[in-house]
Design a binder for this molecule. Structure first.
Ligand SMILES: NC(=O)C1=CN([C@@H]2O[C@H](COP(=O)(O)OP(=O)(O)OC[C@H]3O[C@@H](n4cnc5c(N)ncnc54)[C@H](OP(=O)(O)O)[C@@H]3O)[C@@H](O)[C@H]2O)C=CC1
Ligand SMILES: O=C(O)[C@@H]1CCC=N1
Length: 283
């Protein structure tokens, strides 16, 4: 671990929200030395300066050379830029580098195809709870990945939450479920907060109650080991308030709506990964 902290160099191509969440986890958790972190973006120099100041990165952290000398290169750009970035950078990646991609939908095959050298590619799907060290991250391996690459990938990603290994065909489902997942919860909380106001609470009080309700429910799931259905039943008295609320959710096809949302998000992730020849046509 000390060896990794002192010596491992990590370069980010893309300086957006996921890159920053990872830099936060790596520096706060003392996994990687700030001086060993490099980060570049397309054009937003103010953003790079902000990251340099906030995380005490080196003044050379935004040089192309600093990225190319990194042991691990994190691809943290939107899918629509993947084609261009891989075309520009892929030929420069070296055989002993680990490429860690967080790009939704883009497969290890597609990344490998853009790299003439046999680079190790680990595809990952974190979520934005990475910013508070609570990401649910899945990873899968490309064809040149060795055990030590997986171990390095896990060390980096465990700085931002839990890491689960899956097979690559499952990555789109992971994206639809857990990558996008926080947004579904926020949407639910938005709706509940509005409802709280509608039934007579001040927005601020509704918000406080809801945040604690979410934390409490998540902790119950984590610590009791009980199925969510059992925990739901424990809240629900026959003919009581919860029963009235849940019956209404059923009437409005709550379960079908959630299932369809995750299905559509998964399908979208599959679309983002096609066609292999034209990565630049994505949104
Ligand atoms: N946000 C999320 O919840 C999650 C996102 N992801 C995936 O992570 C990836 C990044 O998402 P996110 O951080 O939200 O995106 P952001 O839009 O916040 O950041 C994208 C970054 O990519 C940079 N960029 C664009 N083009 C280039 C280029 N040619 N060379 C170098 N850098 C470039 C941008 O630079 P500039 O500002 O200068 O244009 C920007 O810094 C996406 O593929 C997404 O699918 C995965 C899991 C969760
Ligand atoms: O919405 C998106 O495409 C990205 C991938 C998962 C979360 N955000």
């Amino acid at each position: 671990m000390t060896d990794i902290y002192e010596n491992l160099r990590v370069g980010f191509i893309g300086a957006g929200s996921i890159a920053e969440a990872m830099i936060t986890g790596l520096t706060r958790g003392k996994v990687i030395q700030p001086r060993n972190i490099a980060v570049v973006n397309r054009s937003n120099h103010v953003r790079l300066q902000e990251l340099e100041d906030r995380y005490q990165l080196s003044r050379h952290s935004h040089d192309e050379q600093a990225i190319l000398e990194s042991d691990v290169i994190v691809l943290a750009i939107k899918p629509k830029f993947a084609g261009q970035v891989l075309q520009d950078w892929g030929p420069k990646f070296r055989k002993n580098q680990l490429i860690l991609s967080v790009i939704a939908g883009v497969s290890t095959d597609q990344i490998e195809a853009a790299c003439p050298q046999k680079v190790a590619v680990v595809r990952t799907m974190p979520n934005t709870s990475a910013a508070v060290g609570r990401s649910a991250t899945a990873i899968c391996s490309g064809r040149h990945v060795k055990e030590h690459d997986i171990s390095t990938a896990k060390t980096i990603l465990e700085a931002i939450g839990i890491v689960i290994e899956v097979q690559e065909p499952q990555m789109d489902a992971v994206t639809g479920l857990a990558g996008s997942g926080p947004a579904y919860f926020y949407y639910m909380v938005e709706a509940m907060q509005k409802a709280g106001v509608y039934v007579g609470l001040e927005a601020d009080i509704a918000r406080q109650l809801l945040i604690q309700t979410c934390i409490g429910a998540a902790e119950m799931l984590l610590h009791t080991g009980k199925e969510p259905s059992r925990l739901r039943e424990e809240v629900t008295s026959e003919g009581g308030t919860t029963f009235a609320g849940l019956t209404t959710l059923k009437k409005f096809h709550f379960e079908e709506a959630i299932c369809e949302a995750i299905f559509k998000a998964t399908e979208r992730s599959q679309e983002l990964g096609k066609p292999a020849s034209d990565l630049s046509s994505r949104c």
